[in-house]
Design a protein around this ligand. Structure first.
Ligand code: URA
Length: 265
């Protein structure tokens, strides 16, 4: 009996050691438990090493810890419609953000919009709901859109990157490089006449240059035949309400140009 207990204790301490060193990944091997005493027929005691196969422990890898697998369709560049593009790319794992996101935030609104609004990256609310600009900054953006007599369904809203960076940090260069082609494909399919870029990440990514917001906001820039304007990001307005006035001036100017080119609704 005490022999069995000894054996059991050795197995348990081996498993505990494994768990300490390797976490929940279990590496199976034959464990040689050094010596045990056995009785022979003539009651002579001899010593013999014993090999035991350690059972697979209950703390095997949990499913949620398994890395997600990418099922991106490499043919996505040939998509002819936004919903087809979404189907082909929404399981993307081309950068590390795919491992931590809840939802791939593709974009929302009118797929034929003449105004495309581009932000930076999804935040916590967007990551939960799978929709762009639905948190506090999003509510302010909705008010800005409505202030120039559009609804969110008149325009299309997307971001430079589709997955939430942890703790809302700025997107890294490699994340932008991997994700921007999806946005470019969206621009091609939506084919908007106007683009409103919100904040520095959006404009620096689109124009491939470092800009000072103060110098560049509110002016129309030619962007492959489309009219591109940048203004302050609504999250920046929440921190600095003094910027609400210039944003109002910018979007009024945008609406006037839109009416001239697209025509009043
Ligand atoms: N900020 C962004 O840039 N995009 C969102 O979707 C939400 C907040």
């Amino acid at each position: 009996m005490s022999e069995n207990n000894d054996l059991l204790n050795k197995i348990i301490s081996n498993l505990e050691y494994q768990k300490q060193v390797f976490g929940d990944n279990y590496y199976s091997e034959k464990v040689e438990i050094p010596i045990r005493e056995i009785s022979t027929e003539n009651s002579e005691k001899i010593e013999e090493p014993v090999e035991v196969e350690v059972p697979v422990p209950a703390f095997s890898i949990q499913e949620e810890e398994m890395p997600k697998k990418s099922t991106i369709d490499t043919d996505w560049k040939n998509s002819k419609e936004l919903n087809v593009l979404y189907d082909k790319i929404h399981n993307c794992l081309e950068c590390e953000l795919g491992q931590t996101r809840n939802e791939f935030v593709f974009g929302s609104g009118n797929p034929n919009a003449d105004l495309l609004i581009i932000g930076e990256a999804p935040g916590a609310d967007e990551d939960k709901q799978g929709l762009p600009f639905v948190g506090r900054a999003g509510q302010l953006l909705t008010k800005i859109i409505e202030a120039i007599n559009f609804t969110r369904d008149d325009v299309y809203i997307a971001n430079i990157i589709k997955c939430r960076p942890p703790n809302n940090r700025r997107p890294k260069t490699d994340e932008v490089e991997k994700c921007e082609p999806y946005l470019q494909k969206q621009i091609e399919l939506i084919d908007p006449k106007f683009i409103l870029a919100l904040g520095k990440t959006a404009i620096d990514t689109l124009l491939k240059k470092d800009h000072t917001m103060r110098d560049i906001r509110g002016e129309f820039i030619d962007y492959n035949g489309r009219k591109l304007m940048v203004t302050y990001h609504p999250a920046a307005l929440l921190r600095n309400p003094n910027w609400k006035r210039p944003v109002w001036e910018d979007v009024k100017k945008l609406r006037a140009a839109y009416d001239e080119i697209v025509g009043k609704e």
